[in-house]
Design a protein around this ligand. Sequence first.
Ligand code: HEM
Ligand SMILES: N[C@@H](CC(=O)c1ccccc1NC=O)C(=O)O
Length: 259
Amino acid sequence: MSYGDYLQLDTLLTAQKPRSDKNDELLFIVIHQSTELWMKLVLHELELAMAGVREDRLQPALKNLARVGRIQAQMIQSWDVLSTMTPAEYSGFRDALGRSSGFQSFQNRRIEFMLGNKQAEMIEPFRHDAVRSTALDAALAAPSLYDEAIALLARRSLAIDAEVLTRDFRQPYQASASVRAAWLQVYRDPEHWWDLYQLGEKLVDVDDWFQQWRFRHMTTVKRIIGFKRGTGGTAGVGYLKKVTDITLFPELWDLRTEL
Ligand code: HEM
Ligand SMILES: N[C@@H](CC(=O)c1ccccc1NC=O)C(=O)O
């Protein structure tokens, strides 16, 4: 066994195939591929974290979520590398991308669903692909990381409304007064609820860094394509600006006003 065999570098390093003769297309491909690799690890860690929360093994789940946070930091940093590309350099090969866009990132959509950003229409770009659309249908219907956290609050005898626990998980999560009151109880007496308090803060980290990733996507796109429309059919920056406001775990933000 050699270094290259173990890491399958023949496969990995022959998968960069620019469609133009422009120098900067390699940067564009490498940034996307490395992001997809990080997403692969995020999915793995999120699955473990969700299983940990579900099975009341909170300490390992916290460790998985801490790792997700450090990966998100890398993903946010990588916008700085892409920002070295100028509008003229990108325009040189943009036509070669055709109508492909980030809407077609399966791993990104699975992460969004696992974190609770449930928008069923986002499966449409995958309908021609039986394997991926089936996996996304399943992720849409399953409880998110936050649904698992709320079920844990209930198992710890915090009062959670029944309709929150038995909700249709395909629907976007709606903030609930009982969930807010439960988290508030945890945050007002951290020593008594130490592991739940840590879980709450890890979830805020993930939400915060997800928002930062979206924000940097939007600013990077603004400096590279200005206000051109997106290849995926949206208005471009205007659309990306709108999605920066998405909040995954609303009560964990709301309760901060009351502390
Ligand atoms: C020059 C670089 C980039 C430009 C100009 C760009 C532009 C855009 C635009 C305009 C959209 C909205 C869909 C559309 O109308 O096309 C979009 C969506 C998206 N992009 Fe990018 N992007 C860039 C780089 C990246 C990178 C490096 C990633 C990392 C994988 C990425 C991931 C995504 C994802 C996941 C979406 C869907 C977002 C959502 O629905 O919330 N993009 N991008
Ligand atoms: N939506 C981008 C194109 C784009 O960024 C893209 C195209 C192909 C593969 C990945 C891409 N990145 C994420 O949106 C654009 O409008 O220029």
